[in-house]
Design a protein around this ligand. Structure first.
Ligand code: G3H
Ligand code: 13P
Ligand code: NA
Ligand code: ZN
Length: 328
């Protein structure tokens, strides 16, 4: 059944586990997540960006999600709007049947300019007021995702920096987090601690100076009753990049967020972990490999079947690593 985010994360907190929030744009990705959830008996958070809603024209997405709910009746599913840029986007998601929305007020509605704190409070509060009347949960964001290593923020579409940001803007301030949660009434808070979207997060395996997991622990102590969310949490496995590169692709050397750091976060109150890039890499590697193996094939099922299986394997792995397996 479709459920809201809040009760799932409350249950996860009571049982000390985290839940992967996995992005989708098409049928195969939804199938991959649902098969992984069934195989591991996991609850599922399926999320769609604004770009995903545009790509699917909303209506395809809604009906694919409805199919998932009907075909997997034993799995609790959260349908989440990822990075809503305005109250309008979040309210249209609620109308579409989403059970959870992210109001990302850390940026202006252009999705790239860091906003003022008061703007963030106002738009997030506005979304909470509407969403909670409909039993829909709300995730907010405080601080701007971006690489500490590069000293840059990034446009939250993951396509590069808009300009230098200060450390203050990049890292979530624990005292401000208390005020933000009190004034907005959000159910979950996305925090900034050095991760960024996409494949190029770190140029070497990250240590505490570029991945500030200690910041999460400080924040959790101050707001123990608000669930924490980690964005930009792909691990960017070298094996997946190698498959792509061995089959005509070009992914430069790069490092993601090690799973053990995420597990440390889960011990410190992280309940929702956003992963998209790892699945993109898995899908692309499988398709490239299939193309290389049989250049004469042109039935899309020939390459989409292994692509779907490759994403399912990543989803199962994360569901086990984050501890949600067995909790459907
Ligand atoms: O927010 C980042 C997610 O990976 C979604 O990306 O905006 O390209 O759909 P997207
Ligand atoms: P990755 O790019 O690390 O997968 O992060 C995805 C994300 O944060 C979606 O909101
Ligand atoms: Na989100
Ligand atoms: Zn994100």
């Amino acid at each position: 059944p479709l459920i809201a985010l809040r009760p799932l994360l409350d249950y996860a907190a009571a049982n000390n586990f985290g839940v992967a929030a996995l992005n989708v744009n098409n049928m195969e990705q939804i199938q991959a997540i649902m098969e992984a959830a069934r195989a591991t008996q996991s609850p599922a958070i399926i999320q769609a960006s604004r770009g995903a809603r545009k790509y699917t024209n909303d209506l395809f997405l809604r009906n694919l999600m409805q199919a998932a709910v009907e075909l997997y009746p034993e799995i609790p599913i959260v349908m989440h709007q990822d990075h809503g840029n305005s109250p309008d986007t979040c309210i249209s998601a609620i109308r579409m049947g989403f059970t959870s929305v992210m109001m990302d007020g850390s940026l202006e509605d252009d999705g790239k300019t860091p906003s003022s704190y008061e703007y963030n409070v106002a738009v997030t509060r506005e979304v909470v007021n509407v969403a909670h009347r409909f039993g829909v949960s709300v995730e907010g964001e405080l601080g701007v995702l971006g690489s500490l290593e590069h000293g840059m923020g990034e446009k939250e579409d993951g396509h590069g920096a808009e300009g230098k940001l200060t450390l203050d803007q990049l890292l979530t301030d624990p005292d401000q987090a208390v005020d933000f949660v009190n004034r907005t009434g959000i159910d979950a808070l996305a925090v900034a601690m050095g991760t960024s979207h996409g494949a190029y997060k770190f140029s070497r395996k990250p240590s505490g100076d570029v991945l500030a997991m200690s910041r999460i622990e400080e924040i959790h102590k101050k707001i123990p009753n608000c669930h924490l969310v980690m964005h930009g949490s792909s691990s960017v496995p070298k094996e997946l990049c190698d498959i792509i590169n061995a089959n005509g692709g070009r992914i430069k050397e790069t490092y993601g967020v090690p799973v053990e750091e995420i597990q440390r976060g889960i011990r410190a109150g992280v309940r929702k972990i956003n992963v998209d890039t790892d699945n993109r890499l898995a899908i692309t590697g499988a398709i490239r490999k299939a193309f290389t193996a049989k250049p004469e094939e042109f039935d899309p099922r020939y390459y989409l079947t292994p692509a779907r299986a490759a994403m399912q394997a990543i989803c199962e792995e994360r569901m086990k690593q984050f501890g949600q397996a067995g909790h459907a």
